[in-house]
Design a protein around this ligand. Structure first.
Ligand code: ZN
Length: 289
C-alpha cells in the first residue's frame, strides 16, 4: 500500500509510472471510514491496513492523475520528528568524526516540512544536501524490541535533511536542530510505502542524491550503523513514539561539506533525492532576495 498527502488530504496511490502517479481520495474510497486528515490516518493505521487487505479497493480504475506540486509530506503534522546524525560509517568518515556508540539524535522542527517537489529558498551560502530514508510510525511504541519494531512502523518515504552548515555548527556546543529547520528544509515524499510494497528489505535500499544531474551521494541502507528496527527500538526505550511520528535515519557519504573544496547549493541548482522502491524528491533552489 502507498499513501500520499494530496491537496492536504490523504490519498491512496494507485499506479506509479513515467507519466506520474494516479491517486484516489481515501475518504471517498472508504465511504468516509478513514481520512481525509493525514494525522487521523496514522491514528487509524492498523484498521486501515485491515480494511485495505479485506476489501481490496478498486483504486486502479478510479485514480486521478496527480500534480506532483500538490503532493505533501506523507505525515505533515507529526507530533515528534527525530533525525539521526552520523548513521553511515562513510559519512562519519567524511565528517572526520568517530562512529557513534548510540544514535546521535536531533530534531527538524515540523514547520520545515515540505512536499516532494518544489522550491527551496537558500537562506545562506552554506546550505548542504543529505538524502535520507524516512520512517513513519504506525502505532504507539514504548520499549519495543527490534523484532517488535516492524509492527509499529506504518512505512517509509524519501526525505532530504537540508542543512545550513554554518548555523548547524555555530557556537561552542553545536546544536543541530535550528540549522536543519529553515522553511522547506525537510521535504518528504512522494508517498509512504509499506514494507510489503517496497520490493526489497528496508535494509537493502539504494539511496542517491544528484545536484544538476551529477551524482553526489550513492549509498545503501545496508550500511546504516543503526538499522531501522534497531533505531525504532532504541528511540522507544527513551521516548514514546506516536502514530505519525517521523524519523530521518541519516545520510550516506557525499555531502557538499565533506568535499574538497566544500560545495554548497546555489541559485538555480536542482537537487534530486531517490530511494529504490519509493520514489524521488526534486527541489529547485533559489537565492533569498
Ligand atoms: Zn541528516
Amino acid at each position: 500500500m502507498r499513501v500520499a498527502t494530496y491537496h492536504g488530504r490523504s490519498h491512496l496511490v494507485a499506479t506509479v509510472g513515467s507519466a506520474g502517479a494516479t491517486v484516489l481520495d481515501l475518504a471517498a474510497v472508504s465511504d468516509g471510514q478513514f481520512g481525509p486528515d493525514p494525522r487521523s490516518v496514522f491514528d487509524d493505521w492498523t484498521a486501515i491496513q485491515k480494511w485495505y487487505e479485506a476489501t481490496a479497493p478498486d483504486i486502479d480504475s478510479h485514480g486521478l492523475s496527480a500534480d506532483p506540486h500538490a503532493l505533501g509530506p506523507p505525515s505533515p503534522d507529526a507530533r515528534q520528528v527525530f533525525a539521526i546524525g552520523l548513521n553511515y560509517r562513510d559519512h562519519a568518515d567524511e565528517s572526520r568524526l568517530a562512529y557513534p556508540e548510540s544514535p546521535m539524535v536531533f530534531t527538524k522542527f515540523v514547520t520545515s516540512f515540505a512536499g516532494p517537489v518544489g522550491n527551496l529558498v537558500l537562506p545562506s551560502d552554506t546550505v548542504d544536501w543529505e538524502a535520507e530514508l524516512v520512517v513513519v510510525i504506525g502505532c504507539t511504541a514504548s520499549r519495543v524490541s527490534p523484532d517488535e519494531a516492524p509492527s509499529h512502523i506504518a512505512g517509509f518515504t524519501v526525505g532530504q535533511d537540508f542543512s545550513d552548515r554554518a548555523l548547524q555548527l555555530a557556537g561552542p556546543a553545536p546544536q543541530f536542530s535550528l540549522g536543519k529547520s529553515w522553511p522547506g528544509f525537510a521535504p518528504q515524499g512522494p508517498w509512504l510505502v509499506t514494507a510489503d510494497d517496497l520490493g526489497a528489505e528496508v535494509d537493502d535500499l539504494d539511496i542517491t542524491c544528484t545536484v544538476n544531474g551529477e551524482v553526489m551521494q550513492q549509498g545503501s541502507t545496508r550500511d546504516l550503523i543503526f538499522p531501522v528496527n534497531e533505531l525504532v527500538s532504541r528511540l522507544s526505550h527513551v521516548t514514546t513514539l506516536l502514530p505519525g511520528d517521523v524519523i530521518f535515519t541519516g545520510t550516506p557519504a557525499g555531502v557538499g561539506s565533506g568535499r574538497t573544496p566544500p560545495k554548497f547549493l546555489r541559485d538555480g541548482d536542482v537537487v534530486e533525492s531517490t530511494i529504490s522502491g519509493i520514489g524521488t524528491l526534486r527541489q529547485f533552489c533559489s537565492a533569498a532576495t
